[in-house]
Design a protein around this ligand. Sequence first.
Ligand SMILES: C[S@@+](CC[C@H](N)C(=O)[O-])C[C@H]1O[C@@H](n2cnc3c(N)ncnc32)[C@H](O)[C@@H]1O
Length: 399
Amino acid sequence: MNNGDLYLRNNDVQRRDSKEVIDEFSHHFKWKYDGMDKMLDIGCGTGDVLYDFVLPEVPKNIQKIIGIDISQKILECARENFGSESMEFHQADISSISCCQNFGNEEFDNITSFYCLHWIQNQKQTFANIHKLLRPNGVAIINFLIETPLFDIYERLSKFKKYREYMKDVKQFISPYHHEEQPLEMVRKYCKNAGFIINHMEIREKIYFYRDEQQLKEALKSVNPFTKRMPQKLQQNFIDDYVKLVGEITENRFHNDEKIISRYRLLIAVLTLLVHPSASLYESDENIALLTSKNFDDLVVKSSNMWVVMFYSSRCRHSISIDQEFSRIARRLNYHFFVGAVDCLKEKEVCYRLYRISGYPSIGFLYDKLIIDFRGDINFVDVSNAAFSAFNEYVDYFS
Ligand SMILES: C[S@@+](CC[C@H](N)C(=O)[O-])C[C@H]1O[C@@H](n2cnc3c(N)ncnc32)[C@H](O)[C@@H]1O
């Protein structure tokens, strides 16, 4: 998407759907109202959705609103129309590993992203970046396309000999969920692995009626990445062939002056950042002993008990995301072993001097001074199998 003016004239669907999501979910935003609030919009495009619909929802004394987009061209249009002292537009690719470096260690109170993430294949990195950019307890409100006939038509057109060389990378422009049977589960997984709490997630069936063939053609011109690569004459063929395929593969028959129906599926999500608010992740878990440098010697080193110990960091999103699974493991294993947890962020003495833990989360099986550092998948079956076989080598446990 490079032509901002064309997009601005043809983004009724995107504006309608993004407004709907903001109206419905903006009450989730978490503001500090201290004049230091910051807002980020990812894939801001021409900036009009940010300006028209998000801006009215932010505190009057907000410090900064930043829109980012991968396209420098579209950002020029955004800056020209909506740039101001408190509303900045910057180039950034939300899917790149180095994306967050653009912002130093800056975190945003709330994040939005409308009609952008379906353009991105590396969803894992994208959700990890959004997580990094959000402040603890901040909120991200997102929508993006899961499925639309537009993607099927791109695929069909890419097989036409005349368009083939201009559409070699067609897959890059098709939502990574378009052909998936369980897209919701996939998005959930990406979000959970990134460390998000999902406040709301759904796939909404949507319908939009294009006024006529001309409006459909203009909308296609404004979003498709292919025509600008083609000679002028082929561009018109492409648009005409697209409309023909709309007639073939959708319910539209272009009778008389009928409106053109477009059915598609949109993912809507409200995410918050998972941060454990209490001093210790396992503070309220009666099956897990909280181990510190003060009690570790007495409880573990000098005892002749078998211990299954979680070495974690209360700031590590993977550690936080598996806390419930480890609680479940502890509930079952504490019939056989002592179960404890050490927050390596605070208990450096135990984690690094005593046991040289080099990464977390990791589970140590401790008996006397023995440590087996379990780094496999943390689930009940694998951890308990590993624990029984580790301890069985040292104690005749099963005899
Ligand atoms: C359809 S527009 C949506 C614009 C705006 N959010 C709206 O709702 O009207 C999608 C935007 O996402 C941007 N985009 C695509 N991939 C991106 C990426 N990896 N990082 C940042 N922006 C990206 C595109 O350049 C485009 O401007």
